[in-house]
Design a protein around this ligand. Structure first.
Ligand SMILES: Nc1nc2c(ncn2[C@@H]2O[C@H](COP(=O)(O)OP(=O)(O)OP(=O)(O)O)[C@@H](O)[C@H]2O)c(=O)[nH]1
Length: 370
């Protein structure tokens, strides 16, 4: 569809699509949003889906069992439908997917073992157990899921091979059938484990590489400090906190490039980044804001000390010999200090810092303007 045609899409149609998306978001994700594929969102979605599937299957099957006068089975199934419903409400209210996962998985194990033990309807109870490995590994993760599935398999063997002969009311399985049930269950368990293992490795690799990409996107390659984007992101995340911003600009840097060459300029920027870092108090963020400009953010513990910190940095720069190609180079820098907080939004604070810097330059450079 062309851009023009898309632009002409009737409003009602677009509204319906948005409404659908909002409904899906509300019903399946409980309105959770944020980082795509975050573990919290993924787990909540999975637990929610399994809970819905649980209700959708156990409730009608419970009613069907009641209709057939299979009272015990009906009671058990309806009980489970009730537990899954409660789980839905609890998950919706608390978003605690860990507790809700346990509310799903342990009753599910019990229900499956009960169906195998009693045979369910006409000895077909065992057909449901093949969904258990997938659900268990999805919900519990690879390590816990495998341990629980090994225990579940052992319990299955005990029920199929031993309990039936002890309890008269247990369903008696034919020799061939019980062997095949166990063997095919182990195959499903094995395949589900391989699938979950490869998925978790893939997710881990994806997570690692997206972390590396994020770091790369937020790091200045020359100085290895935060770049402008990284700093801006941190400042936006700290919205509302009281901070002090210090904009630092090297004086007459163009002359350095012209006199000693661009490589020397780069060397000085790298050394300067390390020099400033040494003078920083704990928890301060330093970034390369642009060419020969650095932006420093001091948190509320150092609000009153922004001038002292800046003065220390200024003196350190002024007194430092940058040794390049057996030449000692001296530089100075100018500083602009501004507050950042609820009364001083980022854009305005940066503008103010910029004009203070100009003032500092106008006043002869190598000084601090507040
Ligand atoms: N070597 C090097 N130079 C850079 C880099 N980024 C910016 N510059 C140079 O920094 C210089 C900045 O020059 P100006 O903006 O005129 O400022 P200045 O010479 O420092 O003068 P004042 O700021 O007024 O004291 C320019 O020559 C840029 O080419 C860089 O990554 N490496």
């Amino acid at each position: 569809m062309s851009e023009v045609a898309r632009g002409c899409q009737p409003n009602a149609q677009r509204d319906n699509k948005n409404l659908m998306q909002r409904c899906v978001h509300h019903v399946f994700y409980f309105g959770l949003s944020g980082e795509i594929f975050s573990e919290q969102i993924r787990r909540t979605l999975l637990v929610n889906l399994f809970s819905i599937v649980g209700i959708v299957f156990t409730f009608p099957l419970g009613i069907a069992a009641l209709y057939r006068s299979n009272t015990w089975l009906a009671l058990v199934l309806l009980c489970f439908a009730f537990i899954f419903c409660i789980n839905q409400f609890y998950l919706r209210r608390t978003r605690n997917h860990e507790i809700c996962a346990n509310i799903i998985i342990y009753p599910l194990y019990f229900l499956m073992l009960y169906l195998v033990f009693t045979g369910g309807v006409n000895g077909t109870g065992y057909v449901w157990i093949f969904c258990v490995p997938a659900v268990s590994l999805f919900i519990q993760g690879i390590k816990r899921g495998v341990i629980e599935m090994v225990i579940f398999t052992l319990l299955l063997i005990v029920i199929l091979y031993f309990l039936a002969s002890v309890y008269g009311f247990a369903f008696h399985y034919d020799e061939d059938l019980r062997f095949r049930v166990i063997a095919s269950f182990i195959v499903v368990f094995f395949l589900s484990t391989i699938y979950e293992y490869s998925m978790s490795r893939f997710n881990k690799a994806l997570h690692e590489s997206s972390k590396q990409l994020k770091e790369l996107a937020e790091t200045d390659p020359l100085t290895q400090l935060l770049n402008r984007r990284g700093m801006q992101q941190r400042l936006e995340e700290a919205e509302g906190a009281e901070l002090r911003l210090v904009l630092i600009d090297v004086d007459y840097f163009k002359n350095i490039n012209d006199q000693y060459g661009h490589d020397c300029g780069d060397f000085i920027l790298r050394s300067l980044a390390r020099l400033i870092q040494k003078e920083l108090p704990e928890g301060a963020w330093l970034s390369r804001w642009g060419g020969e400009e650095f932006l420093l953010a001091l948190n509320d513990a150092y609000l009153g000390q922004a001038i002292e910190v800046s003065e220390k940095i200024r003196q350190a720069i002024e007194g430092y010999d940058f040794n390049y190609d057996e030449q000692k180079i001296r530089i100075t820098a100018s500083f602009g200090i501004v507050p950042l907080g609820t009364d001083h939004p980022l854009a305005l604070a940066l503008k103010a810092a910029d004009s203070l810097l100009y003032k500092a330059k106008d006043a002869g450079r190598n000084n601090i303007c507040v």
